[in-house]
Design a protein around this ligand. Structure first.
Ligand code: ADP
Length: 695
């Protein structure tokens, strides 16, 4: 905005404000700006404008003060003049007293009235003399000569004795009365006072006007601009800086400081307003987000309630008090299960604190309850059939896991026991008494079916084992024939020693011992074969995988020899035991080894090798690997290798690998194959978890 235009607007604004102020009667003016007078404006207009401004107050102030000072000074001046004039009159009276009585005495002695008249008129001519009178004393009819007229008040008088030397001695013959008036003095003082006051008043007035003019030029007109700028200032919009209509002084004066401060204030205001707007916008955004979040939360809550009540799963809202967990963690306890075992009262307290707060209709159905109220309250009864699950659930909460899932058994309210899949979901972050969602799915049927399936698979595995034994008949026969042959040899030799004229009892004893050892060997072989052949329900015990490998290799000893295979078994002494069915795991290893031997024989591998090893790929797991240097697995066969009835052999059943997979998966492990072996053949490996070994 050009400066002129800015000023014009400022003036217009000033006028507006003035008009507004005029209209607002009775409202005290806080500020009435007085704009600068233009050259064309008459002085009266200027006075009119200044009437209500600082100028008027300044004028009155200056006038009052200078009038007071003028009055004081004038009074002082007049007093001094008065003193001077009175002194002068007194001096004159003194001179009259000194010079005239002698002359007047002569004329009075002579009773020369004419002379006396002349002499008295001479005195009267002196300045300020009002009346002079000579009165003879000592006679009955005294001579009295008077000139001038006496007056009352404002006079100075002297009565002087008139003496005459009679007979050599001065004698009083009369009195001389002289009266001087002060009227002249007063008149002079009045004139002088008037002149001083008038001239001082005129001077004061003119000087005051000049001061006002200067003050107006230097200050008030700029103040008006500042005021107009301030009234028109809108911090919502950016504006130009305030500038005064004057040539800037060489050194910044107070007005410049005001302008600078004002501009800084405006800038700060704008910045503050900008910040405020930003903060407002952010606040609005935050509020919008918050409203959105609240709506979303409400929706989620509704959705949750809807799901909770309508899911075809029994859902129960549980809450416990697990504050003590923080204390246990602070004490450095990491195995909460062991700690709770040692402190059963704490375990009881934890369990007693768990309550069911809400259940859905499906829960009422599942537990054969009359209504939801029957299930709400203490949760202890839900764990009566599976205390181990409760213990593990509490441990999982101690570990801060948000989810726990396990199959368990629960008793319904009418006394039945059902199998359920229990899922516990905990809200994150898990705090001392944050709620828990307890979901139960009735899997009684599924468990029955699974048990049946397991039975079938066990039967199937047994059939496969028997079939495998069939394949190994020759080896078995050889295995058994070997110790029996040795026993027979021992028996024959014993007979020979006994048939001697002098029987060699010592030799017979030794041979009998050997026969006994061979018998034990044969019995062990038969026991192993029997274990493989007999149909027994799977029974899991803690077994050493290396031990099972060793037994399997014993079982295959003849097969290995007759196939001319070099078998290496790398023991892993650090490997923990696993909870598994010994016969089934042996079946898997024997099956993998037989497959390897068959593949190598079929491919005509020259120097045949099988390597078995046990490793710990990760904590809580064991891995058994069976590698060979046969042809490996053809790429096209990888996908269906573990399928039932998949075989590439003439007369093969295609059951070995599929049954091995069922056995391993039933133990919670995995079986896999690749050709990544240093022997350049196939590499089969299966894993078994060791975490359940402690159960
Ligand atoms: P079967 O032995 O009756 O064929 P399996 O299920 O035991 O049934 O084996 C399936 C197939 O896997 C075999 O026919 C064979 O082609 C392949 N196989 C198994 N082990 C090996 C191995 N070590 N080397 C190469 N191929 C193998």
């Amino acid at each position: 905005m050009p400066q002129d235009q800015g000023e014009a607007q400022a003036e217009a604004r000033v006028k507006e404000i003035g008009d507004e102020n005029d209209r607002r009667e009775g409202v005290p003016d806080v500020y009435t700006p007085v704009p600068a007078a233009t050259a064309a404006e008459p002085w009266t207009a200027l006075f009119a404008r200044m009437r209500r401004g600082i100028a008027a107050r300044l004028l009155i102030g200056v006038l009052l003060f200078s009038s007071a000072v003028t009055l004081l000074l004038t009074a002082g001046q007049l007093y001094l003049d008065y003193r001077y004039d009175v002194n002068l009159i007194e001096q004159r009276l003194k001179e009259v007293g000194a010079g005239y009585p002698g002359i007047i005495g002569e004329s009075l002695w002579d009773l020369d009235r004419t002379h006396l008249q002349i002499e008295l008129e001479g005195i009267l001519k002196l300045p300020d003399m009002r009346a002079v009178e000579v009165r003879e004393t000592g006679t009955v009819d005294p001579l009295v000569v008077t000139v001038g007229r006496r007056q009352t008040g404002s006079v100075l008088t002297r009565e002087l004795p008139i003496t005459h030397v009679i007979d050599g001695a001065p004698r009083k013959i009369g009195t001389l009365y002289v009266e001087a008036t002060l009227t002249g003095v007063y008149q002079r003082l009045l004139d002088k006072g008037l002149i001083i006051l008038v001239s001082q008043a005129a001077k004061t007035f003119l000087v005051s006007l000049f001061i006002i003019f200067i003050f107006h030029r230097l200050v008030t007109r700029h103040l008006a601009v500042v005021a107009a700028f301030a009234s028109g200032y809108d911090f919502h919009r950016p504006s130009t800086a305030l500038r005064l209509r004057r040539r800037p002084p060489a050194i910044a004066d107070e007005l410049d400081q005001v302008v600078t401060s004002f501009n800084e204030l405006c800038a700060s205001l704008q910045t503050a307003y900008g910040n405020l707007q930003k903060a407002n916008a952010e606040l609005e955004r935050d509020i919008a987000i918050r409203i959105k979040n609240e709506n979303a939360l409400r929706e989620t809550e509704q959705r949750y309630r809807h799901l909770f009540h309508n899911m075809p799963v029994a859902l129960l809202e549980m809450r416990g008090n697990f504050d003590m967990y923080d204390g246990l963690r602070a004490q450095g306890i990491s195995d909460s299960g062991a700690y709770l075992d040692q402190h059963p009262e704490l375990f009881r307290r934890l369990v007693d604190a768990i309550t069911i707060e809400e259940v859905n209709d499906r829960s009422v159905e599942l537990f054969h309850a009359r209504d939801a109220k029957e299930l709400v309250g203490s949760a202890a009864r839900f764990w009566s059939e599976s205390p181990g699950t409760l213990r593990r659930a509490l441990e999982s909460r101690f570990r801060g896991e948000s989810r726990f899932e396990e199959e368990m058994r629960v008793a319904t309210l009418d006394g039945h026991v059902i199998d359920v899949l229990c899922t516990i979901s905990r809200l994150q972050p898990i705090s001392g008494n944050s709620p828990t969602l307890f979901g139960l799915v009735d899997i009684t049927e599924r468990v029955r079916a699974r048990e049946k399936l397991q039975q079938l698979e066990a039967d199937f595995a047994h059939a496969a084992r028997v079939s495998m034994l069939g394949e190994l008949t020759a080896s078995i026969a050889h295995e058994i024939a070997q110790p029996i042959g040795a026993i027979a040899t021992c028996a024959e030799a014993s007979l020979r020693w006994l048939n001697r004229p002098e029987p060699e009892v010592a030799e017979v004893l030794e041979l009998t011992r050997r026969a006994l050892a061979d018998t034990q060997r044969a019995t062990a072989i038969i026991a192993r074969i029997r274990a493989m052949a007999v149909r027994e329900a799977p029974h899991r015990t803690l077994i050493s995988l290396d031990e099972v490998i060793r037994e399997s290799l014993l079982f295959l000893r003849y097969e290995i020899q007759s196939n001319d295979v070099t078998v290496s078994h790398t023991f892993n002494p650090g490997a923990p035991k696993v909870l598994a069915d010994r016969t089934q795991i042996q079946q898997v290893i024997v099956n993998l080894a037989i497959n390897a031997m068959q593949a190598m024989a079929h491919a005509g591998t020259v120097s045949r090798k099988i390597a078995l090893s046990v490793a710990i790929p990760e904590p809580g797991m064991l891995r058994c690997t069976v590698e060979d240097n046969g042809p490996g697995i053809g790429l096209e066969n990888f996908s269906g290798l573990f399928d039932r009835f998949f075989t590439t052999k003439d007369g093969g059943l295609g059951l070995g690998l599929s049954i091995s997979r069922s056995i391993i998966e039933a133990h919670g492990g995995r079986i896999s194959v690749d050709n990544e072996t240093i022997h350049r053949g196939a590499r089969f490996y299966f894993t078994l978890p060791t975490t359940n070994a402690a159960e």
